[in-house]
Each structure stands twice: as C-alpha cells, then as structure tokens.
Design a protein around this ligand. Structure first.
Ligand SMILES: Cc1cc2nc3c(=O)[nH]c(=O)nc-3n(C[C@H](O)[C@H](O)[C@H](O)COP(=O)(O)O)c2cc1C
Length: 180
C-alpha cells in the first residue's frame, strides 16, 4: 500500500502530458475522495466540475488559463477539474469574520491538495492552475458573471519518461518551530 509520504514525495506539478485518454471513473473517484477534505464548520464551500475532452468549450477554458501568458504546456491537457467556490454556511462565515481569516479559501486549498494527491494515487499527474482570467473561465464554463472559480486542476497521464524532480523546499529547521 502506498504511504502518504510516498504520495507526497511523488506528487509534483506535471507540465508534460501524454495523449493517453483519462478514464472518467478515475476522475470521479478523485473528486469523491477529495470531498472527504475537512472544511471550516464542515461547510464544504465547493463544487468540482470535471471538464472532459469533448466539452465544446474546452479550448476556451485552456485559453483562459494561458491568458496571463503562462501555462503553455496546457495545450496537451484535455481534462480539468474546475474548483468553484460556493456558499459555505453561516457558521463558517461568522468564524472567518471574527478571526479575520478567509476560511473558505483555506477550505478550497485543502480540497485542491486532496484532488492532487488522490490523482497521484490513481497514477495521474496534475498541475494546479491559479493563474487564469476569471471572466474568460466563467464564459468557457457558462457560469455567468457571479460564480467564482478559485482553482483549476489540470489532470492527465504524465508524458513517458517524465521524471520525478527533486523537491525544492525550505529547510525544515527554518519552517518548523518547536515550542515547549
Ligand atoms: C494555488 C496554486 C496556484 C498555482 N498556479 C500554477 C499555475 O498557474 N501554473 C503552474 O504551472 N503551476 C502552478 N502552481 C504549481 C506551483 O508552481 C507548484 O506547486 C510549486 O512550484 C511546487 O512544485 P511542485 O508542485 O512540483 O512540488 C500552483 C500551485 C498552487 C498551490
């Protein structure tokens, strides 16, 4: 059985994808397991939209993710999980207000992390996309003006031979503070 440490070490932002078709079952399983994510007051302020290659506006969605001049590698991506922020609940809104903390954004970040790790378990590569033009995304998704997409996860099989990079991270002693 794959351990969490292995999943965390092997998950990386995939920026080179193969043409291999991604099974819808796998994408659904990824979203189902990600829905087990914790959220403030269990508010689950999210909806995950699985965008498939046959979606007529997929090229527009891709373009929206490239509109800020980044993410050229998405040309080869045909499956996305679009993470929409929905209304959570009053308790989490109040909790966020009194602690001056954007709890729903935190919730969505945790959800997205679960999506990527669940995809890793399914043998799929992912790249979180945070740089996109909201208006164009909403248009591509037929969402109108008021719905809010917070993150888009590109999903696919990594290109053959795509290697796992060594992680570049801050030193543990600089970021882990033990107080006793
Ligand atoms: C909120 C968020 C937004 C991101 N947006 C992008 C993006 O638009 N394009 C991209 O190539 N990578 C994006 N990334 C991926 C990060 O660059 C990547 O996670 C980081 O460099 C660490 O590398 P790793 O994921 O390979 O471990 C994003 C990551 C997060 C968490």
């Amino acid at each position: 059985m794959v351990t969490f440490r292995e999943l965390a070490l092997n998950r990386q932002s995939t920026r080179s994808f193969s043409d291999k078709e991604v099974e819808l079952d796998k994408l659904k399983r990824i979203c189902e397991v990600a829905s087990l994510s914790p959220s403030s007051c269990n508010s689950q302020p999210w909806k995950m939209h699985i965008v498939r290659p046959i979606y007529p506006k997929i090229a527009d969605l891709r373009k929206a993710c490239q509109a800020v001049g980044l993410n050229p590698f998405l040309d080869k991506v045909s499956n996305f999980i679009v993470v929409e922020q929905t209304f959570g609940n009053m308790k989490s809104k109040a909790g966020g207000f009194f602690s001056n903390n954007d709890l729903n954004s935190i919730d969505l970040g945790i959800l997205a992390a679960h999506i990527c790790l669940a995809a890793e378990e399914e043998g799929l590569g992912t790249c979180m996309i945070g740089s996109f033009r909201n208006k164009i995304v909403n248009k591509a998704m037929n969402f109108g003006a008021f719905r809010r997409v917070r993150l888009i996860v590109a999903v696919g099989y990594a290109a053959d031979g795509y290697e796992i990079r060594k992680k570049t991270r801050k030193n543990a002693e600089d970021i882990i503070d033990v107080i006793e």
